[in-house]
Design a protein around this ligand. Structure first.
Ligand SMILES: Cc1cc2nc3c(=O)[nH]c(=O)nc-3n(C[C@H](O)[C@H](O)[C@H](O)COP(=O)(O)O)c2cc1C
Length: 240
């Protein structure tokens, strides 16, 4: 089977956040194919507000260096807020479970703040990926519609990678240093940075890629209205 022929069910189930990559760059044709898929994403009124910066090679290294420096200096400059303390109830539980699962896989004790910081700083090395896509857009109103559009684009991008046997990870943390990214990539201030996606070939044996996070079954977050029998007796359909 060619890597380009994963079924939808295979692609959507094999996709996961990759946190260790091989350094080898993808070919221009591989990156172009992903971009040709991603551009088909839906958007409010077909505005297609995304502006994507693909960063590789020496520019990737420079961006990583400047992000590491900005993080160390505490020069946070996100265009949008992000506060994990706002998670509550099941959301806080899932967030904690995700962090614990990763720390356990990496052998990091909860009390070991320094080891956790080192692991988190891998974000700014793009987890070793040879490429990062920075997702910018203008903001209309409170920005929530554009945020939805960017999410549509990003998931299409990620599923295209998965369908081709490649790996990626969306990274809000990169967006917290928007001024640093704009500065290196020469992006005007009126384009806001939503997040980045590091991508390339997965380093499959890495312990940071050794775990998969569970997903809530639809019975737990789908409420039916006059749609009888959806979850009553039928087994979940075979994804293949
Ligand atoms: C918009 C978005 C931003 C994310 N930001 C980060 C990030 O900054 N760093 C990181 O390591 N993972 C990040 N993730 C990955 C999530 O932790 C991951 O999607 C989640 O734990 C579920 O795991 P899965 O992607 O393997 O299904 C982000 C995911 C999304 C959708």
């Amino acid at each position: 089977m060619s890597v380009d022929t994963f079924s939808f069910a295979e692609a959507v189930r094999s996709r996961h956040s990759v946190r260790a990559f091989l350094p080898d760059p993808l070919s221009p044709a591989q990156i172009r194919s992903v971009l040709e898929d991603a551009r088909m994403a839906p958007s409010n009124c077909n505005t297609q507000p995304w502006q994507i910066h693909i960063v590789s090679g020496q520019q990737r290294d420079l961006l990583s260096k400047n992000l590491l420096r900005a993080e160390a200096a505490g020069e946070v400059s996100g265009d949008f807020t992000f506060d994990q303390n706002e998670y509550f109830g099941p959301y806080a539980m899932r967030s904690s479970h995700q962090a614990k699962t990763r720390n356990d896989a990496l052998g990091i004790a909860r009390s070991d703040r320094e080891a956790r910081r080192v692991a988190d700083r891998r974000n700014f090395e793009f987890y070793g990926a040879p490429h990062v896509a920075m997702l910018f857009a203008p903001v209309f109103g409170d920005g929530v519609r554009v945020g939805g559009d960017i999410g549509m684009y990003a998931q299409t991008f990620l599923l295209s990678l998965a369908a081709r046997g490649l790996g990626g990870i969306p990274q809000t943390v990169l967006g917290l240093y928007a001024d640093t990214v704009r500065d290196v990539l020469n992006v005007p201030d009126d384009l806001k940075l939503f997040f980045g996606i590091s991508f390339g070939n997965e380093d499959r044996p890495s312990s940071d890629n050794s775990y998969r996070l569970g997903k809530v079954p639809p019975q737990e977050n789908v409420i039916t209205h006059d749609t009888p029998g959806l979850f009553d007796s039928h087994p979940a359909p075979d994804p293949a």
